[in-house]
Write a protein that binds this ligand. Structure first.
Ligand SMILES: CC(C)=CCC/C(C)=C/CC/C(C)=C/CC/C(C)=C/COP(=O)(O)OP(=O)(O)O
Ligand SMILES: O=P(O)(O)OC[C@@H](O)CO
Ligand SMILES: [Mg+2]
Length: 241
């Protein structure tokens, strides 16, 4: 069905049902351990599985998602660092444009390079404004994209960038503090951005505790993404429930 996953995210937002996404990085996932990993995700209120990385070896996302799909019915969204990560094994792609930076490669060229694949693809395409916020240390996204994050105190710029995403027709905004950020972004950012947006808001980067998760939800995040904390402790989801 067209827009199935986006519609699910939108209707959850309307109902106030918060969503949790777990980020899995194909580079770090040996195929042999995927069944064990999925076992830790199933039945833990995980709504979405994101698969991607800033740099992923070409061609491995395919087998990684195939393996995930053997053990789980949770929708798989490709969260691509570049167009080579696209595969029809996924259910949808967060069709990112890195709006916080001024590198045309990540604003539009990666998207152009993905068009020949996407025109014959079954992936649901979800246009997403991706906004990198300074999380206190240099991140993989920053290194790969050669762009600077927006400082947390430039709140007007963050709001305006998120609004511009919505006006451009993006279906989602993703506020990213960077994978493994020492601290999640200040909740005031989530709050002010979410209050001004009509479209759903994804928040990720540095979220490790139940309190941080709840704070993100309370302040208006519709989807929270957890990657590093799960990589470091596969049993963490029990304590976040
Ligand atoms: C639209 C298509 C086909 C591609 C989008 C390309 C764009 C605009 C990417 C944005 C910039 C970028 C490099 C995003 C990466 C997002 C991501 C998957 C982050 C999670 O991975 P990390 O944890 O940061 O990276 P590693 O763990 O691989 O170091
Ligand atoms: O790895 P963490 O810090 O949980 O961040 C998740 C995601 O937002 C990274 O792109
Ligand atoms: Mg990572």
């Amino acid at each position: 069905m067209q827009n199935q996953i986006l519609n699910h995210i939108k209707s959850s937002k309307v109902k106030g049902e918060k969503m949790l996404a777990i980020l899995l990085d194909p580079d770090k996932l040996k195929l042999e351990i995927i069944s064990e990993i999925i076992d830790k995700i199933n039945n833990q209120n995980v709504d979405l599985i994101f698969v991607g990385g800033s740099t992923v070896q070409k061609g491995i996302t395919d087998n990684c998602i195939k393996e995930i799909k053997k053990y789980s019915n949770i929708p798989v969204l490709i969260f691509p660092g570049d167009y080579t990560q696209l595969t029809d094994e996924g259910d949808a792609v967060l069709f990112l444009s890195l709006l916080s930076g001024n590198n045309p490669e990540y604003l539009v060229h990666q998207q152009v390079k993905s068009a020949p694949f996407l025109k014959n693809s079954t992936l649901e395409i979800i246009p997403t404004g991706y906004i990198l916020i300074d999380g206190g240390k240099e991140t993989a996204v920053q290194r790969v994209s050669k762009t600077l994050p927006i400082p947390q105190n430039e709140i007007e710029k963050i709001i305006n960038t998120a609004l511009a995403a919505q006006y451009m027709g993006k279906d989602l905004v993703y506020l990213e503090a960077g994978s493994g950020a020492t601290e999640p972004m200040e909740v005031i950012i989530i709050k002010t951005v979410s209050m001004q947006l009509d479209i759903p808001l994804i928040v990720g980067g540095g979220i490790r505790t139940k309190e941080q998760l709840e704070n993100a939800y309370k302040n208006g995040a519709d989807v929270v993404v957890i990657g590093t904390a799960f990589e470091e402790n596969l049993n963490i989801l029990q304590s976040l429930k």
